[in-house]
Design a protein around this ligand. Structure first.
Ligand code: ZN
Length: 226
């Protein structure tokens, strides 16, 4: 009985709220309905308008690395992937549990280390995926202290103090390629049950960064073996 009354009351409240929404609406009998982009009613929807809306609203804390995500030499799908990674919006198991897509008892990392699969664990901890960074550092002959936070990791990696500024774009591309290879490897591991050796993953990082650099940079006169 109480439950029934509560439902009736909730329905009445919803109808009231709905009618308030239409208070200032004037129906025009002779006009057709159309879609309108409220952010720019004169010119309609544009990608740049939507982008500037997204990047200027909401979470404004520590935005600098987010702006480094977009670059003409990085495929936009990869930029979008890193943008989601920085905001912890990738479908990691932790996030899937949070969105109630999977049950909490399925949250474990695919490497069976017993840790929940969070973005930080997947990308930075020393496991079958995150250990790829150590091979990247060896390849570049750099020593690096893992800051344990994805944005700081990116900032520190791409702005390494002792390296000239000209290398920063290359480092940024290598960072993106490593994160991208890691995520694809995690998906292959989860969905196709395949495992790659770190040496092969490192070759994929090299190949991806090389092809992104080569694709749009006409002054990049090196071949893959250089
Ligand atoms: Zn793990």
């Amino acid at each position: 009985m109480w439950r029934h009354r509560l439902l009736v009351w909730e329905e009445e409240e919803s109808v009231k709220k709905c009618s308030i929404l239409f208070l200032n609406t004037v129906l025009q009998e002779n006009a057709n309905d159309t879609w309108r982009w409220l952010l720019d009613t004169a010119n309609g929807y544009t990608v740049s308008g939507a982008y500037s809306f997204i990047t200027t609203s909401g979470d404004l804390v520590d935005r600098s690395p987010v702006d480094d995500v977009w670059h003409k030499q990085i495929p936009s799908k990869v930029s979008l992937f890193v943008w989601r990674l920085f905001r912890n919006r990738l479908p990691t198991k932790e996030n899937l549990v949070h969105r109630r897509v999977i049950q909490p008892d399925n949250v474990a990392c695919a490497s069976r280390c017993g840790h929940p699969e969070t973005a930080k664990h997947l990308f930075l901890d020393y496991n079958i995926f995150g250990s790829l960074w150590y091979h990247v550092w060896l390849w570049l002959s750099i020593s690096f202290v893992n800051p344990g936070d994805i944005r700081h990791h990116f900032q520190q990696f791409t702005n390494m103090a002792r390296l000239p500024r000209a290398t920063h774009l290359f480092l940024r591309i290598i960072w993106f390629a490593t994160a991208w290879v890691l995520w694809k490897e995690r998906n292959n591991h989860d969905f196709q049950n395949t495992v790659c050796y770190s040496s092969i993953l490192l070759e994929k990082v090299k190949l991806n960064s090389f092809s992104w650099l080569k694709a749009k940079e006409t002054t990049f006169n090196y071949n893959y073996h250089d």
